[in-house]
Design a protein around this ligand. Sequence first.
Ligand SMILES: [Zn+2]
Length: 230
Amino acid sequence: MAALGRNLIGLLYPEICAGCIRNDPLNEHIFCVECLSSLSFTAAHAIEDPRIEQHFWGRIPFEYGMSMLYFVPGGATQQLLFQIKYKGRKDFAEKIGEWYGSKILTGPRYTPADLIVPVPLHPRKLQKRGYNQSAHFAKGLARSLKVPLDARCLERIRETPSQTNRTRFERLENMEDAFRLGKNRKYTHKRIILVDDVLTTGATLEACALELLKCRGVRLGFITIATGRI
Ligand SMILES: [Zn+2]
């Protein structure tokens, strides 16, 4: 039965490298050796990275902003994000979350959190795509950080047109009133990790953070898979 289960998972999720969709991945890994060596890792789990945190400076209080990878156009990270978002590879999102969670635990910046919250999709988009890629990344993180996940903490109440090709100001305007706290959700004095797949200008995370900060004493950290202009 266990073997049958593994075979079914193999059919659903072919074992192929997440970075090139061509080579075999390394054992227990999502990347092949070439893609792995081509990735541009940040050191945000260990030291403050202005390229990540500058998006939030002077805008919202936060404890840390961490992204695992720098986005490189045409590189393995771009392929990974594409597979996660458009090709149904929830398994890649979860595995990268687990991986990054274990890396974060080796660094000095992380303080144990009470809750992990993914940026939600609008229900219509969720129905269309069938899953929320950020929630699957959050699930992997939650597993290795041993922190509960609450995917219903925030609700997306307004569909927002694509953020691509918008300035930061336009992105922020676009996000206005897009989110609200879930029903009966109160997070007074909680330490929360807000999670998204990609950090570009920070507008989406900021809009979510503003909702969470309505609860007194909330402390926030941000974690994404990648950062950079897409
Ligand atoms: Zn590869």
